[in-house]
Design a protein around this ligand. Structure first.
Ligand code: PLP
Length: 428
């Protein structure tokens, strides 16, 4: 479907029913699949033939939805996961083993920061976090012989830093490693990272792709562009025999889809971080309105950000769509059609005033979520980033007074009125 535009793919992609078959992607609510002969099933286990045998590895519903997202991103293959955390873990763990190292921008989601900084460290995988504004020359000094990938977020949650694809992709490729980008906030509607040198894309589909706050989920998409064979010494897991599949070599057997095939047949097989067919079905329905919703989220957020910027009690507003924003130029370059619906701002009265504004809101609710149809707020320093030290908060671009405002699909004048009455109640 790659010849089509994003709106067409979002409703038509991934599934092409035959004569008399279900128009919608059916929910194949089955853990297992039947075969006529023992040999036929054996061939599937050896990856000699493709087919379904157990839903932990693959299922027709989840596959169809993964294909649709894959087509929207312009990749060669995709795998749905049970959460965004699982997607980011699997994306890195697929090519990093104990003793390996990788580099990540420090402007990333708090959960990813914990995963990379603590949990993966305990597994023997070391992550160096770098300032997103680091110079190219300094970034190059962070690579080690055992560095296996570079990671960043297109628009960081919640600090709203726009990723400098050119700088990070150049450094990664110069050092023979792939660039992995979490594209959750931008979605493939506003940014297609593969067009900017990224090799692997991940999403927490829990956010805009779902967009209604109903399902936790994730996805990994492979561009097929990284030349694993060229850097075979770094990626033996893809270019030398896998003993758990009788000596199969992924790059030989699957070519451009080597990385994503290994991710499914090895990581998904062993870790079981699968998404259920029912959840994939919901996700598929949400994908159909994603382009329309993203446009509206961005329009509303632009209006709200401009209003906040002119409020005398507001100390600062960060939204890459604002002309004066530090990342406006990068947003114009990589996200010309809009960024996302998330704004961050701080009150002049500091941490306490920000917390008080949140308590006075009416329909705008305090929820641990972003990027769904209903406008909501969160105080990262007290909630999602609670585990981080003051120093780490600063590195992640999360000031103590930062309110993360996720602008929904309500009438913008109603969102502004709710913020106005809450801000009016705070003395600062
Ligand atoms: C929420 C989020 C995640 C984690 O996703 P879950 O679906 O909550 O596991 C990862 N990356 C980003 C950018 C996120 O916003």
């Amino acid at each position: 479907m790659s010849q089509y535009g994003i709106n067409t793919i979002s409703v038509q992609g991934g599934y092409n029913p035959g004569n008399g078959e279900s128009r919608n992607v059916p929910i194949v609510q089955s853990t297992t699949f039947k075969y006529e002969t023992s040999e036929a099933m054996g061939r599937l286990f050896d990856l000699e033939e493709s087919g379904y045998f157990y839903t932990r590895l693959a299922n027709p519903t989840t596959d169809a939805v993964a294909r649709r997202i894959c087509e929207m991103e312009g990749g060669v293959g995709a795998m749905l996961t049970g959460s965004g955390q699982a997607a980011n873990f699997a994306a890195v763990f697929n090519i990093c083993e104990a003793g390996d190292h990788f580099i990540a921008s420090s402007a990333i989601y708090g959960g990813t920061f914990n995963l990379f900084g603590w949990t993966m460290k305990k597994m023997g995988i070391e992550c160096t976090m770098v300032d997103p504004d680091i110079s190219y020359e300094e970034l190059c000094t962070k690579f080690k012989p055992n560095t296996k990938c570079v990671f960043g977020e297109t628009i960081s949650n919640p600090s709203l830093v726009v990723f400098d694809f050119e700088k990070f992709a150049k450094a990664a490729h110069e050092h023979g490693v792939p660039l992995i980008v979490d594209n959750t906030f931008a979605t493939p509607v506003n940014c297609r990272p593969f067009e900017h040198g990224c090799d692997i894309v991940t999403h927490s589909t829990t956010k805009y792709i779902d967009g209604h706050g109903v399902c936790v989920g994730g996805v990994i998409v492979d561009s097929g562009n990284f030349d694993w064979d060229k850097y075979s010494d770094k990626f033996p897991m893809l270019t030398t025999p896998d003993e758990s599949y009788h000596g199969l070599v992924y790059t030989k057997a699957f070519g451009k889809a080597a990385y994503i095939t290994k991710c499914t047949t090895h990581i998904m097989r062993d870790l079981g971080i699968t998404q259920s067919p029912q959840h994939a079905f919901y996700l598929n329905m949400s994908l159909e309105s994603l382009p329309l919703r993203m446009q509206k989220h961005c329009e509303n957020a632009q209006k709200v950000a401009e209003w906040l910027e002119n409020n005398p009690k507001v100390a600062w507003v960060r939204y890459p769509g604002l002309k004066g924003d530090k990342y406006h130029e990068l947003a114009e370059k990589y996200l010309p059609n809009g960024t996302c619906g998330v704004i961050s701002f701080g009150m002049k009265g500091g941490r306490d005033a920000s917390a008080e504004v949140m308590n006075h809101l009416n329909f705008i609710c305090i929820v641990t979520h972003v990027a769904d149809a209903r406008t909501c707020v969160l105080h990262p320093a007290s909630h999602t980033h609670r585990q981080l030290s003051e120093q780490q908060l600063m590195e992640a671009g999360v000031l103590p007074e930062l309110i993360r405002l996720s602008v929904g699909l309500e009438n913008p004048e109603d969102i502004i009125a709710d913020l106005e009455q809450a801000i009016d109640k705070v003395n600062c």
